[in-house]
Design a binder for this molecule. Sequence first.
Ligand SMILES: Nc1nc2c(ncn2[C@@H]2O[C@H](COP(=O)(O)OP(=O)(O)OP(=O)(O)O)[C@@H](O)[C@H]2O)c(=O)[nH]1
Length: 367
Amino acid sequence: MDHDFLADHASSGEQEERQISRLLNGLSIMAALFLAGIGTKAWYADHPVHAWVLWLFVVPVVFNMVWYAWKRDRVVQKAGLLITVGLLFTYLLASGGEGNTGPLWFYVFPPLLFYLTSLKGGTAILLFCYLLAIIVFQFPWLPFVTAEYSTDFKIRFFATLTFESIFCFVLEAGRLRARNRLLALAKTHERAARTDELTGLANRREMQNRLDTEFSRFKRAGHHFSVVLIDLDLFKRINDDFGHDAGDLVLRQFADLTRTVVRQSDLAARWGGEEFLLLLPDTTLLQALALAERLRAEVASTAFRHQKQKLPVTISAGVCSISKADSVNDLLKQVDIQLYNAKGRGRNRIAPRVRSQEVISPSDTSA
Ligand SMILES: Nc1nc2c(ncn2[C@@H]2O[C@H](COP(=O)(O)OP(=O)(O)OP(=O)(O)O)[C@@H](O)[C@H]2O)c(=O)[nH]1
């Protein structure tokens, strides 16, 4: 069951990653157009160096998009865009862009960073950017630093950027918290929808799904499977004589015992009130009969107790292999007939009857 949840979880994570990639592609196209446009404007404003630098930045942006379209590597796509944008913003900060408006582009960075990386990673990269900004502001004589900013501008730049960064951090942390809570809630609901509340085994719906899946596998690839339908004998008497709580306790204890007998790949479900169904993939009729017999013997020799009173618990079971049926419905009908036979023969037994596993007729053993 958890495997299915993990698969769903993985697929929703995959969906989110695909969405991020689409967003990055959109942003890359916008960035390339902006760079080309603003570069052209700078060219006509007689800032040829600035224009050429902006046009040059179009190259890594487009290259990153083409690389992603070819390789589909999302990590490289994210890293490529972040590095390009980081370098571009550092250049804009150092050169001042047009009319010293370059640092304004820095405000794009915090939301993008937190969205594309983790909270920790985003904070680390942001701190590094702060360091770069401080270096550019404090050491205007460094090579490539051509812009000079007033002290008022620097103070306001850092103050507003810090506010923005904190808001982005808090919003992203809230988004992640809500997302994780939603996933946990989905997990709980999913489990509840597939599980029997009293015993913790799979419920009828889950079993029906698995039966259909196994039947398709059988039709497609010839993988045989068997089922065991189990009924607790004279269960009404336990309820009547010892109370409903005692009955519930027996159902739970029987479920626990079943879990110890079946394999990981098998599925045990509560089929109805005091009826249980086992689905045994890749199991012949003979093997299924052996398992049912082992479970019957285990139940018969286990002391079921309620408030120190010993409860008389035995089971009857019918067994059937898919090789004897045309459909899931037919299989369920046949296994029900076998259970009826086991009951009819005096309970605390398995049907079809076998004297010993070796003596099963050839038709019975062909799974
Ligand atoms: N305690 C408890 N009892 C349940 C639950 N679900 C079904 N039952 C009881 O299971 C009993 C089933 O009784 P019957 O169908 O007459 O069968 P039986 O007494 O087991 O007799 P045989 O099947 O012929 O051996 C009923 O008394 C139901 O009330 C449950 O969740 N808890």
